[in-house]
Design a protein around this ligand. Structure first.
Ligand code: AR6
Length: 180
């Protein structure tokens, strides 16, 4: 299952993000950065202890990674060169600035990617699992941000939206069809 728009610059796939050979994959982390469940657990498991050690170093130097912010480590044993860890907002009915914070996750991840000369980057559906963000709203925010990035041409060749479940895949597919 895949779909693309903008001359393959924005791509949608259904996959396990840990299997991808791209410059960077994004992790939906928590502010402790030391792993957890969902995609975070899968990335730490597949990438091995090197990612954990680098996250510890970040913690020791800069403290916790706040909601909306991002931190970068190498990919450890993954095929991806880097992992960009970003902390999505926990959904609280929309009363805690969640929409803006989710947008910041995408924006700050891209900025960190560009600083590290990343040209291909894959995003999971941040906050739409354990953190309970409504999937359709999350997809709207993600796509809006990524379209902005591609329009201002920040030296990124390809952005891949990686969905793990059919529901998210179908939401993105529908929205991307509307853009073309
Ligand atoms: N590849 C791609 N996407 C995945 C994978 C995978 N291997 N596994 C899950 N997903 P979640 P959150 C999708 O819960 O909501 C963690 O414990 C999943 O279907 O991983 O941001 C952290 O440590 C969903 O659409 O992240 C935090 O404590 C999406 O990834 C907390 O969960 C995000 O689901 C973060 O919650």
């Amino acid at each position: 299952m895949n779909y693309e728009i903008y001359n393959n610059k924005i791509k949608l796939i259904k996959a396990d993000i840990t299997t991808l050979k791209v410059d960077a994959i994004v992790n939906a982390a928590n502010s402790g950065l030391l792993g957890g469940g969902g995609v975070d657990g899968a990335i730490h498991k597949a990438g091995g202890h090197k990612i954990h050690e680098e996250c510890m170093k970040f913690r020791n130097k800069k403290g916790r990674c706040h909601t909306g912010e991002a931190a970068i480590t190498t990919g450890g044993k993954l095929k991806a060169k880097y992992v960009i860890h970003t902390v999505g907002p926990m959904w609280n009915g929309g009363y805690n600035n969640e929409e803006e914070l989710l947008g910041k996750c995408y924006e700050n991840s891209i900025n960190l990617a560009v600083e590290n000369e990343v040209r291909t980057i894959a995003f999971p559906n941040i906050s739409t699992g354990v953190y309970g963000f409504p999937k359709k709203l999350a997809a709207e925010i993600a796509l809006k941000k990524i379209l902005e990035v591609m329009k201002t041409n920040k030296n990124i060749d390809q952005i891949i939206f990686v969905c793990f479940d059919d529901e998210n895949y179908n939401i993105y597919h529908e929205m991307m069809r509307g853009i073309q």
